[in-house]
Design a protein around this ligand. Structure first.
Ligand SMILES: [Fe+2]
Length: 505
């Protein structure tokens, strides 16, 4: 195979990760006691929690009711993925991220929008159904007694994002393998094996695809040794390189940055430090701000050429974009908080119906200089789910689209505005969905022949928890503050999902 230029050395370096299991052979009493009741009581008082109620059916279909003017040129399938099943066999899961995944396909044909959703029948779900109980302790939910997971994919809920690459539709989950889906039925078909010795290894939910189809990805593992795995995958889906890098203290890494010449990975000081009495992986994650955040910069052409930067401690999930100038200065953005309470506290508390306290993530711009110095410029504005035009990925971008809080002072649980940030002008425009609505990640879809970076649509789902209906909003991305030009209302409410991808027709 011409494209599969495996290096024996890289091959061997990845092999050590294959013996990853057991991830966390931690046993304890079964979780869930009282959480179901607590959530149900809280939902009666606070309808916003509808976004974290288990989906009521494994499969859903409807033709959306269109409000406004649907652009005829916007044609393709908007895929979504997110946790959707939060309770099985009397056990309410104890973290948002543990929900079993449901993939949605919203088909835009220029005249209407048809919606199809399906809970993924992963091996984890199927085995549990057969056993009529939770089998393994997960990220935050204990199964109580029994054996630990044999490999990460025993816990794989395939619930985080969707990748459409080289004709394959993949559901992504960062703890283990990607999952191959049937494009028409959305049925779970099998775990993606990128190559020999890569079976079952972690693969990020945030891979980056370049304009020629080249795919960059990473995976991280806490045990048996902390490591990052880097993937370089050709446009035809074959693995060019897969390379394991020892990183010292392991951190929880969710996203990364790809510039023209480098991969940039921010490793926050949320480290794996198991102690006696820890029941689940989340218990074993420790916020250690004294370590600071470390930034690893890897040469795309040579994974052995690396350098590190040290920054103040921060925790964030997502980057919008990164790029470098002719002098080698790398710039990227990050939605980042000063601690990890969002993941360690709030996303756990929401499962028992409590909003909890958490330090908000704010939009920040990072600069890494060739002389080893680094700086962070924080805007102070709360932000999450950054997206950009695909045409400027890895290059200097003018615009980034995020969700934002209702006001600068507001730090409530959910982000209510859709924000378009003009990085050149230093200005912001936004649309506020208003009370009673939770918007989700909004994705930029370019027109077929765009005349500017923002010549396209911004499309994103929302949950109207007052009407108890979900919908998909379509904005002219040039005029976000004008609000949606169209809304596609579904026949049902859906749990809040995570990430989406638009595949043009
Ligand atoms: Fe994410």
């Amino acid at each position: 195979m011409a494209h599969q230029t495996w290096k024996r050395r890289s091959f061997l370096r990845t092999a050590g990760l294959a013996g990853l299991a057991p991830l966390f052979p931690l046993h304890a009493a079964a979780g869930g006691s009282g959480w179901s009741e607590s959530f149900a009581r809280a939902l009666e008082k606070n309808p916003m929690l509808l976004g974290w109620r288990s989906v009521r059916a494994d499969r859903l279909r409807c033709e959306a009711r269109i409000e406004g003017r649907l652009p005829a040129e916007l044609q393709g399938i908007f895929y979504r993925n997110g946790p959707a099943v939060y309770q099985r066999f009397g056990v309410r899961y104890r973290h948002w991220f543990e929900g079993d995944g449901m993939v949605q396909a919203c088909r835009f044909d220029g005249r209407g929008v048809s919606h199809h959703a399906r809970v993924l029948e992963t091996p984890k779900l199927v085995r549990e159904t057969s056993a009529q109980r939770r089998l393994f302790s997960g990220f935050a939910t204990s199964a109580g007694g029994g054996a630990g997971p044999r490999r990460p994919d025993d816990l794989n809920v395939a619930n985080t994002s969707v990748l459409d690459h080289h004709g394959e539709l993949l559901a992504l989950w960062e703890g283990g393998s990607a999952s191959v889906l049937d494009r028409e039925t959305l049925a779970w078909q099998g775990f993606k094996v990128w190559g020999e010795s890569l079976d079952g290894l972690p693969f990020t939910a945030h891979p980056k695809v370049e304009s020629d189809g080249t795919l960059w990805a990473f995976g991280y593992s806490f045990a048996p040794v902390p490591a990052l795995l880097l993937y370089h995958i050709a446009p035809d889906g074959t693995v060019r390189r897969a390379h394991r890098i020892d990183v010292g203290a392991p951190g929880m890494v969710h996203d990364f940055v790809v510039t023209a010449r480098h991969l940039v990975i921010v490793i926050p000081p949320l480290v794996f430090a198991p102690a006696a009495g820890d029941e689940v992986l989340l218990d074993a994650l420790s916020w250690q701000p004294a370590l600071g955040s470390r930034v690893l910069v890897v040469d795309k052409d040579d994974f052995d050429t690396r350098r590190w930067y040290q920054l103040p401690a921060g925790f964030g999930f997502h980057h919008g974009n990164g790029w470098e100038d002719d002098s080698g200065v790398i710039r990227f953005d990050h939605c980042v908080a000063t601690d990890a309470s969002l993941v360690t506290d709030r996303m756990r508390a929401i499962m028992r119906g409590e909003l909890g306290e958490a330090t908000p993530e704010r939009y920040a711009r990072f600069t890494l200089r060739p002389n080893g110095s680094a700086e962070v410029e924080a805007t102070g504005e709360e932000a999450e789910f950054p997206r950009i035009a695909p045409s400027v990925a890895g290059r200097r971008n003018r615009y980034v689209y995020t969700l934002g809080a209702a006001s600068v002072e507001s730090t409530g649980w959910h982000l209510r505005r859709v924000v378009k940030r003009d990085l050149d002008a230093g200005s912001v425009e936004a649309f506020d969905y208003g009370p009673g609505v939770i918007p989700e990640e909004h994705v930029f879809v370019p027109k077929q022949a765009p005349r500017s970076e923002d010549d396209g649509w911004l499309i994103g789902p929302y949950l109207d928890y007052v009407r108890e209906l979900s919908g998909i909003a379509i904005f002219d991305a040039r005029h976000v503050a004008d609000g949606p030009m169209a809304r596609a209302w579904l026949d049902y409410p859906l749990p809040i999902a995570l990430h989406g991808h638009f595949s043009p027709a």
